[in-house]
Write a protein that binds this ligand. Structure first.
Ligand SMILES: *[C@@H]1O[C@H](CO)[C@@H](O)[C@H](O)[C@H]1NC(C)=O
Ligand SMILES: *[C@@H]1O[C@H](CO)[C@@H](O)[C@H](O)[C@H]1NC(C)=O
Ligand SMILES: *[C@@H]1O[C@H](CO)[C@@H](O)[C@H](O)[C@H]1NC(C)=O
Ligand SMILES: *[C@@H]1O[C@H](CO)[C@@H](O)[C@H](O)[C@H]1NC(C)=O
Ligand SMILES: [Zn+2]
Ligand SMILES: [Zn+2]
Length: 451
């Protein structure tokens, strides 16, 4: 997540636009497939406890960190302790998982000059080794995040030191065919088991701050490759999980802003609609917040479930009114159809962990239970999304509290804040998103507040 002009909700609000923001082991039947999702670890190797509040971490960018604790601070990226505590929790949680997906962003949020290609590679290497140390026998599927490059966001369309380093580091997890495209373009596909394929996309190629790919229709030929891979999966009767760092769709905390360039967002939405019979789940990171999206086809039928996992790092921008607690999550899926059954979100109450000097990772929520839905397939997510849109929706209040990973349940999201959240869940292309936002704003008499 990066600073943007005044389109972010907290910015609009500060501008006076609207007063809106006022453990135990688990046993499941072996018939349930499970996998972990971790993202946005953002290791700040400079984090340390010190008397000088401006020197606690590079990632606070000089902002004072008044009461830093062993497990980190909301003004800083992750100390190594925090990342270790997350992996340690996952290891001892008692779930028999089939694999881990890891959707990128290892280096800290610091000025470009503080990093280098070497430091980025060292950080990637550190995080890879650390994950492997906790899970020596578990398959891991990584994706590159916009911070996993130097200078950040500037992902090139052909091979380079960082794609090469990633391929070398991830060689124990990936097959030669996957490593080949990873070296060339930062993306790959690999068969998880007969009938299930995973696609790891390099969506950083379509991220707006990437100057390397400006005006390119198909940087690194990834879209062509994606179409061919999905077509071949369809021919072979395989189902597909898509993982990537930067998500498709609209940012739930910003006005009319796609995370990717709009033209590539539209193209990906088209492709994912066309292959919705093949794709059974999409998994992203990058926003650092917990959200869902449900992709509708041209008739408004729900066809794909998308999950954006919250970050391990608790960092917030100095001007933001709220942050997120560190989170890791588990998905449950049907081992025959690979359909998505549930999301089990765990979190660390960072304030409490620092007070007690003990990282007590806990269950935050189980999606089917807290929202009373039968699974997390597209139909169920649409039903849920529609319930969010009702006035004073309790389901939406919970959803927004989860969005911040239970950071502070007295912060409420009403008015424009809620409109943006609710529209972002269901509307991923510009025509339907616009219709949603405009409809709501005129109905609520909020349209004078638009930027
Ligand atoms: C990763 O970095 C941390 C913090 O600098 C260091 O303590 C640790 O030993 C490193 N671990 C690996 C596996 O490189
Ligand atoms: C949203 O942004 C797009 C492209 O940036 C623009 O064409 C459109 O008019 C905007 N919509 C609204 C409702 O402001
Ligand atoms: C987190 O811990 C703080 C301090 O102990 C407490 O006040 C707060 O209610 C806790 N939040 C949650 C969601 O448990
Ligand atoms: C939680 O949010 C409320 C309302 O915005 C604020 O007054 C309070 O200080 C916040 N609490 C913490 C612990 O940040
Ligand atoms: Zn990130
Ligand atoms: Zn990111």
């Amino acid at each position: 997540m990066d600073a943007q002009p005044c389109v972010q909700l907290w910015c609009l609000l500060t501008a006076g636009a609207l007063a809106a923001v006022s453990g135990a082991p688990v046993q499941d039947s072996p018939a349930t497939g499970k996998f972990w999702h971790i993202s946005d670890l953002h290791l700040d190797y400079t984090y340390h406890m010190t008397e000088d509040p401006t020197k606690v971490c590079f990632s606070s960018k000089g902002h004072p960190v008044l009461n830093p604790g062993e497990f980190g601070d909301y003004m800083c990226d992750s100390p190594y302790e925090l990342i270790q505590s997350a992996l340690n929790f996952m290891k001892q949680a008692g779930h028999l998982t089939d694999f881990i997906i890891w959707t990128g962003d290892s280096p800290p949020h610091v000025p470009v000059k503080k990093l280098s290609t070497n430091i980025v590679i060292q950080t990637l290497s550190n995080m890879t080794d650390t994950i492997r140390k906790y899970f020596p026998d578990l398959q891991v599927y990584p994706a590159l995040g916009n911070h996993d490059y130097w200078p950040q966001d500037q992902f090139p369309v052909s091979t380079n030191e960082i794609y090469q380093a990633a391929a070398d580091l991830w060689q124990p997890w990936l097959k030669p065919e996957a490593l080949k495209t990873l070296r060339e373009g930062g993306f790959y596909s690999q068969l998880v088991q007969p009938g299930l394929r995973l696609l790891s996309l390099n969506t950083n190629l379509y991220y707006s701050p990437n100057k390397e790919t400006v005006n390119m229709m198909d940087p690194a030929g990834q879209l062509q490759w994606l179409l061919e891979t999905l077509e071949s999966s369809r021919q072979s009767n395989e189902k597909v999980y898509v993982i990537a760092h930067v998500p498709i769709g609209y940012l739930p905390y910003a006005f009319n802003t796609t995370a990717l360039r709009q033209v590539h967002n539209e193209r990906l939405v088209q492709i994912f609609r066309k292959y919705s019979d093949v794709i059974v789940g999409q998994f992203y990171g990058h926003t650092h917040r917990d959200s869902i999206m449900v992709l509708l086809d041209d008739q408004g039928t729900p066809v794909s479930s998308l999950f954006v996992t919250p970050a391990v790092t608790p960092i917030k921008n100095a001007r933001e009114p709220y942050s997120n607690n560190p989170g890791v999550r588990l998905y449950k899926y049907d081992p025959q159809s690979f359909a998505m059954l549930d999301v089990v979100q765990y979190f660390l109450n960072l304030t409490e962990a620092n007070e007690e000097q003990k990282a007590n990772w806990k269950l935050e929520y189980t999606m089917t239970e807290v929202f009373d839905i039968k699974d997390v397939e597209p139909q169920s997510l649409l039903k849920l999304a529609k319930s969010f849109a009702t006035p004073h929706s309790k389901a939406f209040e919970k959803y927004f509290n989860h969005f911040m990973v239970s950071y502070n349940d007295t912060i409420v999201c009403q008015g424009l804040c809620k409109v943006l959240q609710v529209c972002a869940v269901q509307f991923l292309d510009s025509a339907t998103y616009r219709q949603c936002v405009e409809g709501w704003l005129s109905a609520e008499g909020l349209d004078d507040n638009l930027p």
